[in-house]
Design a protein around this ligand. Structure first.
Ligand code: CAA
Length: 387
């Protein structure tokens, strides 16, 4: 094993410095505007591509940077510290492509991973539907075999970066009599005839990342676009989340760190009763608790990332499912508490859009919801413990 299990190596620290410098210079200054305008930040995407930080997890054999799972976490964390919407660029590129890395044919991997590595295409993940959120296996989207093609019909919902991504890993029912074992995974392209997108959801946060329906009307795709064998799509989808819930944890850590850093700077400057409010023990205890919760969640996330990396390289980890849910749940709950406390520390100013912490508080909320609500994470953890 040539990477550390628990602690970041020197290379990880250097990577963090690089991405933080880029985030300070090009991402943070755009974050408020991205939130206000609700526009996808193409300039940030281009800056990430220029620095080869937009999809760092793609292996070198497909032209990617070949970064390990911990490095990917660090990239997402640092982008999220500046702008949560932008952090969905590296995160969703990983979410969309892990199903291929886990289960796709060599041909499919070569064809679809290289454009992502080059920055010519982004890759989204389409599992949920209007009536199949937490109960993902209840999906209705159908894929029917017709000669050497599948014909897809249905509507996927809450799809992150829909419309801006060229490619979609999309789960659909191929055998309605087989339940979860009748679901298969496919690569669907934005350019495929019959693919369209719903209007952008009007959201509380991550407003620079479009969330839309992906609508499939008689979309005819070659059968070779199936990822893995018929009926394995649901397992591939859940196995993917074992790796990518860790990236949502990373996003939560970054948002929380951004809020904590801002609040610490503020309490040292802000004077009331003739002295900086940082002098008051009540606020000191708040800051200490915020940092303590953040660091605990960070260590759990890095540990889970190390396990994810081992699992990706042919060493299955029995506790990966537990750890990825635990990391996502702990980090997102921590982020919600920390960002809420950051708003509190800034008082009236914190509640206004002139300061970034209210945006961070709004952005933090989604990390408790997507890639499985934290109630589902607790269910997944309990199942692992009690089985
Ligand atoms: N890895 C591989 N296979 C797994 C697995 C895992 N982690 N967990 C379960 N499976 C397998 C099971 O073994 C079973 O297969 P067999 O029948 O062959 O044994 C099959 O998958 C079905 O498993 P369950 O019976 O446990 O399935 P379930 O219907 O009870 O549901 C669930 C399980 C955990 C609740 C699942 O539906 C779930 O995670 N729901 C939450 C959905 C979710 O996370 N959605 C995220 C959307 S993506 C997103 O949000 C991204 C974004 O915007 C950025």
């Amino acid at each position: 094993m040539d990477f550390p299990l628990y602690a970041p190596a020197e290379e990880h620290d250097m990577l963090r410095e690089t991405i933080r410098a880029l985030a300070d210079e090009k991402i943070a200054p755009r974050a408020a505007e991205t939130d206000e305008t609700e526009e996808f930040p193409w300039d940030v995407y281009k800056a990430l591509v220029a620095a080869d930080l937009h999809a760092v997890h793609v292996p070198e054999e497909y032209g990617g940077a070949g970064a390990d799972a911990l490095a990917t976490v660090i990239v997402i964390e640092e982008v999220a510290r500046a702008c949560a919407s932008s952090s969905l660029i590296p995160a969703v590129n990983k979410l969309g492509t892990v199903p291929l890395l886990l289960s796709a044919s060599a041909d499919l991997k070569a064809r679809y991973l290289a454009p992502v590595a080059r920055g010519d295409a982004m890759f989204s993940y389409a599992l949920s539907e209007g009536e199949a959120g937490s109960d993902a296996a209840a999906m209705r989207t159908r894929a029917v075999l017709d000669g050497d093609h599948y014909v897809l019909n249905g509507t996927k919902m809450w799809i992150t970066n829909a419309g801006v991504s060229e490619y979609y890993t999309l789960m659909a029912v191929t055998d309605p009599s087989a339940g979860a074992r009748g679901i298969s995974a496919f690569v669907v392209e934005k350019a495929d005839e019959g693919v369209s997108f719903g209007p952008k959801e009007r959201k509380l946060g991550i407003k620079g990342s479009p969330t839309r329906q992906v609508i499939l009307e008689n979309v005819r795709i070659p059968a070779s676009r199936m990822i893995g064998d018929p009926g394995t799509g649901f397992k591939t989808a859940l196995a993917t989340l074992d790796h990518t819930r860790i990236t949502i944890a990373a996003q939560a850590l970054g948002i929380a760190q951004g809020a904590l850093d801002y609040a610490i700077g503020y309490v040292k400057e802000r004077k009331q009763f003739g002295r900086p409010i940082a002098d008051f023990q009540g606020l000191q205890f708040m800051v200490a608790d915020m940092a303590m919760k953040l660091e605990a969640a960070r260590q759990l996330t890095y540990h889970a990332a190390a396990k994810s990396e081992l699992a990706m390289h042919g060493q299955p980890q029995r506790d990966l499912t537990f750890l990825s849910s635990a990391a996502k749940c702990a980090a997102s709950d921590a982020a919600m508490e920390i960002t809420t406390d950051a708003v509190q520390l800034l008082g009236g100013y914190g509640y206004t859009r002139d300061f970034p912490v209210e945006r961070m508080m709004r952005d933090a909320k989604i990390t408790q919801i997507y890639e499985g609500t934290n109630q589902i994470q607790r269910m997944v953890m309990a199942r692992q413990l009690l089985k």
